[in-house]
Design a protein around this ligand. Sequence first.
Ligand SMILES: Nc1ncnc2c1ncn2[C@@H]1O[C@H](COP(=O)(O)OP(=O)(O)OP(=O)(O)O)[C@@H](O)[C@H]1O
Ligand SMILES: [Mg+2]
Length: 460
Amino acid sequence: MRSWLQKTKRFREEQRKREIEERRRFPLEQRLREHIIGQESAIATVGAAIRRKENGWYDEEHPLVFLFLGSSGIGGPCGEGTGGLHFVTVQVSQEPTEEPEGKQKPCPGRGARWPPILLLVGFVPLDPYWLTHMGTKGKTELAKQTAKYLHKDVKKGFIRLDMSEFQERHEVAKFIGSPPGYVGHEEGGQLTKKLKQCPNAVVLFDEVDKAHPDVLTIMLQLFDEGRLTDGKGKTIDCKDAIFIMTSNVASDEIAQHALQLRQEAMEMSRKRIAEKLDDVQMTDKITISKQFKEKVIRPILKAHFRRDEFLGRINEIVYFLPFCHSELIQLVNKELSFWAKKAKARHNITLVWDREVMDVLADGYNLHYGARSIKHEVERRVVNQLAAAYEQELLPRGCTLRITVDDSDKRLLKTKDSSTPLKEGQRKGPTLRLEIVEDSKSRKLDIQAPLAPEEMSFPL
Ligand SMILES: Nc1ncnc2c1ncn2[C@@H]1O[C@H](COP(=O)(O)OP(=O)(O)OP(=O)(O)O)[C@@H](O)[C@H]1O
Ligand SMILES: [Mg+2]
């Protein structure tokens, strides 16, 4: 028995050493950069904090707590058109689902990552709610990738709770479980049940600003003491857990500040170019100032959460900034590559695209809506055409398909200043076309109406 215990201990120790060595060779920042475009300072902050924890340079009495703050992009040079009624198409999707290896699907237009549930088409008011909720910048993705890195692919290692489900006082019971004699006592709490299974999980509290103050009180106890007592009176020790809260409370201010900083950086670069200085760096990198954090962000957080001790328990506040043009291009490229991989795997079709296509897709995207709208833009302007062409049997198996900007529209690209945002009514922009490449010549595809989706152009 004793030797068995010793063997197990030795095995665990060796495994731990192997993992440390693996992380040294492949740091978290590297993994995050593979999945997240831009957000350099967020990646650096999270990477450094996890490294401190992993190497024993942290306060082991308390769990690590992050607050991820998003930026909506309202206001600033691109802040027009936020009021009134707009015609929109909204595709409501659920969590990404993994597609089993090697499983073939019948239609190229069906995204495996985001199964569509509902398509709503209609008039909705474009109010700040929409803007803040569509300003996706990678907060959830960063939390997910951190969990994947720390727990490999163990599902239990990532706990995600939508805090908008805990807005009422009575919903505290859902969080930690009801006391004996109350409805749902047997079920246990959503958080406590999962934490019990994996006390060192990465726990994501999405939209924490929506939670009822009583829920925040429980969270404070959790952050402060590193343990939690559930409805059954059982205490769960979770000092080793990592808690990540996300919020969009100060998103307008962060976006405005970031846009201003970016403009200043651009002007500075231009000036230096004009003065022919040697050390000119056209940089998109900006840093949120300490003064802005203290004078603008902290008062907003304080007014919202009302408790200094709650804010005091946050180890790092992490800022997610609006994307700059070059990051948008990378997002478009990532999305097109995703579909190119699918086209190859499912139909042996090689998908290529011109550089101008990326500009068109990045420009057509409204800066305010975040990364998710790039996905929608690619689906609307490219994948719709692929599906229609496939349905009309225009795509021979094994062909090479090129996405290109319609010749007659190319001049639009040349005349357009890319720093000027498109106004409503101007949004259609250049048309994207599909061509088959044969013997180094290209043949345009004649996709029949009403399935030519380029014609169905409304602002997202
Ligand atoms: N910086 C980024 N780099 C690459 N992809 C991104 C980035 N931000 C978002 N995405 C893509 O958009 C999807 C949605 O992003 P995510 O859920 O992380 O956004 P979020 O910031 O949590 O937004 P929300 O405030 O709406 O919750 C991700 O699955 C990811 O594919
Ligand atoms: Mg999110």
